[in-house]
Design a protein around this ligand. Sequence first.
Ligand SMILES: [Zn+2]
Length: 269
Amino acid sequence: MNKVILVVLDGLNARTAHTYMGFLEHLIENQQCAAYTVRAELPAQSRPLYEVIQTGVPAHLNGIVSNGTVRRSTEKSVFQLAKEAGLKTGAASYHWVSELYNKAPFDPMTDRIQLDMDRIIQNGLFYYEDHYPDSHLIADGAFLIRDKQTDYTLLHSMNIDDTGHKFGSQSKEYVQKAVTMDAILSNYLMDWLGKGYQVVVTADHGMNEYFTHNGVTDDERKVPLYVFSTKVTAGDFRETLVPQLQLAPLLCHLLGIEKSDAMQELTFI
Ligand SMILES: [Zn+2]
């Protein structure tokens, strides 16, 4: 099966993931996934990196240069390529993803639930409060996967980032959100893997001790990557620093679809 679930844990740096997310560590220890460290593109901000993850095109070329760039993407995204290949797309995600691929600006009165096969994201559940609970977000995504039978599904959480902005990356609060997500994921992951789904877990950018992210420090730029797929050799490759531009061609490879011309050749697996 070529179905892919992409979990993006907003604002989770690699150090915190690799130190405190014990269930994911358990799966690495037991050769259940391939683990890498991703070097995020710059600026280490959310909206530009959502676009990088989905298109494999850097900010200076794709034009999504800050969180204030509110418009639809003009690049070919994995969502669009999947749709064109006849696959069903879905996202349970922060509303900025709707703005990039479905409609901008986002209107909370009408755009929270978007079930429209003509859209690039055909099945969309979009939240617009940064404290929307991660538990609910993952359940939203699980609904799309189960009931809408989506082939490519983005699940994008915000609580880790939101807490990092309130307390910083060195806080107990930030670590606690990562721990909570590790526990939430454990149940769903085993279910999805048992059903044959490929699952990719990563983050857009990290978080620093000054309650923000944008720059080049390891805590801002290094993010985790876990790939659960029979198409990838399992193992702990976290010493390998993977360019974030490799994610889009990786997702295309796992989905069994052609990458766009703008995407890099897939080289790290
Ligand atoms: Zn943030």
